[in-house]
Write a protein that binds this ligand. Structure first.
Ligand SMILES: CC(C)(COP(=O)(O)OP(=O)(O)OC[C@H]1O[C@@H](n2cnc3c(N)ncnc32)[C@H](O)[C@@H]1OP(=O)(O)O)[C@@H](O)C(=O)NCCC(=O)NCCS
Length: 159
């Protein structure tokens, strides 16, 4: 990762490069394709925050945050506050292990703080080659599993 790493909003110039981004074949079960995420962002413009992870001229990943949404997982918890966090995260197969994932999570959490949020939430599927260790390493506390068999991770941004 270089000093030019940054998040960029989708534009007519970069959107196809974002859609072409692929994780390793065995990782595909852990994250939806970028085109699907962009379609979901299109229909949830008020809560989705899709961003390309770029470095120099390269699109190296994709991250999508959500802000202030009641979680399906909290449906049985009366009064549960709306959450903010990571909706999608994918770093291109050839660009993993260089710090882009950590960079994107930090940037999302900075945006949550900027909007007054105090916690960052994420869900993941457990399994060989999955992202669990990555999130635990970044400080997320594992809560769950949820009813869908996913794990819910939470990071306190006030510490
Ligand atoms: C999970 C993912 C986003 C991580 O991105 P990345 O750019 O490779 O991660 P980074 O290089 O920023 O790694 C940050 C730290 O986590 C560690 N790490 C990353 N992936 C890891 C894994 N699968 N297992 C163990 N440690 C891992 C790194 O070694 C690094 O550790 P450090 O503290 O020693 O530096 C990436 O592997 C990916 O896109 N996976 C496929 C899609 C996916 O699972 N997305 C998440 C959906 S919820």
């Amino acid at each position: 990762m270089t000093a030019t790493a940054r998040l960029e909003a989708p534009t007519p110039d970069n959107v196809l490069a974002a859609c072409a981004l692929e994780v390793a074949p065995e990782q595909k079960r852990f994250v939806a394709p970028v085109a699907q995420s962009l379609a979901e962002a299109y229909v949830h413009p008020e809560t989705a925050w899709p961003r390309l992870i770029c470095d120099g001229e390269r699109v190296v990943g994709f991250v999508m945050a959500f802000f202030g949404v009641p979680f399906d997982h909290d449906a049985h918890t009366p009064g549960a506050p709306p959450r903010s966090g990571l909706w999608r995260l994918a770093v291109a197969a050839g660009e993993q292990g260089k710090g882009y994932g950590r960079f994107a999570v930090r940037a999302v959490n900075e945006e949550i703080r900027r909007r007054g949020g105090t916690h960052s939430s994420v869900t993941w599927h457990a399994g060989e080659g999955g992202p669990e260790e990555f999130y635990l390493r970044l400080g997320y506390r594992r809560l769950g599993p949820t009813e869908d068999g996913e794990y819910l991770g939470e990071l306190d941004l006030t510490r």
